[in-house]
Design a protein around this ligand. Structure first.
Ligand SMILES: [Zn+2]
Length: 487
């Protein structure tokens, strides 16, 4: 996925001290050090596996995970759904309820509480392409240099897959009593066609066991002036609805201009589309995000953020939104002109000229209505506007009133005191939107911090993660999972 901005929180974390009030604070310091060492060693090993997609070769990563799960005695299954490409599933089962001998939670006579629905830790094993000639360190070296572990996938998302692996190993070795199953799912092909998730949901959906929660890539933990500004949890994504605009007109010679030619019609239509502003709409999660952020904004903006449902009627706020990319996409469906085409020759007026629009729709939005509005605005019978893909994936999001969000809020508050933990919508894409329709509350949550510069190496050159992040991140995720799944 793209556009994650995650940030550094000062050097204090280098000490790796236990954080009071978390599950991991109860583990011995030798064990904690051992898990941190394992995280670094396995991160290097994992980054050395080339799973560039295309072609993917994710079975190499499946073998890496399987070897560790087998060594640790953790139940797992692998699925090679196409040559060299596959998914891996693993599980730590919930603990049988100890019944009335337990710590007094269950009343006498109530011998067993039913297990809660599972939590899924989801990660993709493939990475995007890399051009070694533009890297300081070879992209599949897993080398440690200047305090970083370098490699394609260090931010997206072998780092989080590794954290999820360590969490599974910690739960198993520490014999953490669980009241729900913890499921680890590594999939292929997220960066291209999503066939790993498609295949798994179609063929092995039972292994998700009607899960209640899912944690995946995403999340945005913003640091400004050496302080974490907020821990952003991605609770939803927009969805893309690409439109193909075609203008038709009389062809001819370029030496004899024609006002109503296809290219001229197209330009006029695009001008009308450019001038059009989609309506502003406030999702409850966006309202919550802006209200939470209000205390950190200058007075005028803060007043708008406290009451955004009214602010959207205010002309000045509307202008503020239009000129602020990171606010604009949260409050409306967006339209970007991205591709244009016409004649193959400069002296030929073509019979057709076309453009593609990247339209992104907020959860709950109606794509057909957007296309219909654009047709009305263009108001030209010689222009057609149709979706590029026949299938439209409806945008969705998960609410925040549940024990997973509460655990993320609680644990993040302990690691980053005084920092608000807020729900956020990402403008990018993650596979969470494929799991929510199964009835799963799915979040993008990142247990690592990174500077803006480090975060931007995702899909770029010199992708890397600070060694100290690799040592600490799995513990943050462990504490979240232990809080939501521990007995
Ligand atoms: Zn990703």
């Amino acid at each position: 996925m793209g556009l994650a901005v995650v940030i550094l929180c000062g050097a204090t974390w280098a000490k790796q001290a236990a954080v009071q009030g978390t599950a991991s604070a109860h583990l011995s310091s030798e064990h904690l050090r051992e898990y941190s060492n394992l995280a670094v060693e396995w991160m290097q090993e994992y980054l050395r596996i080339d799973t560039t997609n295309p072609p993917g070769n994710e079975m190499r990563a499946v073998a890496f995970y399987k070897k560790i799960f087998d060594q640790e005695g953790i139940e797992n299954r692998t699925f090679e759904f196409a040559p060299g490409r596959g998914d891996l599933w693993a599980r730590i089962p919930h603990t049988q309820s100890p019944g009335k001998s337990s710590s007094g939670k269950s009343s006498p006579g109530n011998s067993s509480e039913p297990a809660k629905r599972p939590i899924v830790l989801l990660n993709h094993m493939d990475v995007v392409t890399s051009d070694a000639s533009h890297w300081k360190v070879p992209p599949f070296s897993g080398k440690i240099q200047d305090g970083y572990i370098w490699g394609r996938g260090a931010q997206d998302m072998k780092d989080e897959g590794l954290a999820q692996l360590i969490v599974m190993v910690m739960l198993k070795r520490e014999k953490v009593a669980l009241d729900r199953d913890v499921i680890f799912l590594a999939v292929a092909d997220e960066e291209a066609n999503g066939t790993g998730t498609d295949w798994f949901i179609k063929n092995q959906r039972d292994l998700l066991e009607n899960a209640e929660f899912l944690i995946n890539e995403g999340g945005e933990n913003l640091l400004e002036d050496a302080k974490v500004k907020y821990v952003g949890v991605d609770v939803g994504e927009k969805t893309s609805y690409w439109l193909h605009v075609v203008a038709h007109g009389r062809p001819g010679h370029g030496s004899r201009p024609n006002v109503d030619s296809a290219p001229n019609r197209l330009v006029r239509a695009l001008k009308r589309i450019q001038a059009y502003q989609t309506p502003l709409r406030v999702l409850p999660v966006v309202d919550e995000f802006l209200r939470d952020m209000a205390p950190y904004e200058p007075p005028e903006r803060a007043a708008y953020y406290r009451d955004v449902n009214n602010a959207i009627e205010d002309k000045k706020f509307q202008e503020m939104v239009e000129s602020d990319e990171s606010l604009n996409f949260l409050l409306r469906d967006t339209i970007s002109l991205t591709m244009l085409g016409g004649s193959q020759q400069t002296n030929v007026i073509p019979a057709e000229a076309w453009a593609n629009l990247d339209v992104r729709i907020l959860p709950g939005g109606d794509p057909k209505a957007v296309a219909e509005t654009l047709r009305k605005i263009v108001n030209d019978p010689n222009i057609t506007i149709e979706p590029l893909e026949p299938e439209f994936r409806v945008a969705n999001y998960s609410g925040t009133d549940n024990s997973l969000f509460a655990a993320i809020r609680d644990v993040s508050g302990k690691y980053f005191p005084g920092t608000p933990v807020v729900p956020h919508i990402t403008s990018g894409y993650t596979e969470n939107q494929r799991y929510r329709p199964l009835g799963i509350i799915a979040y993008g949550f990142n247990p690592y911090t990174a500077t803006d510069e480090e975060g931007n190496t995702e899909h770029g050159n010199d992708e890397r993660i600070r060694v100290e992040e690799v040592r600490r991140g799995p513990r943050i995720l462990f504490d979240v999972v232990a809080e939501v799944a521990g007995r």
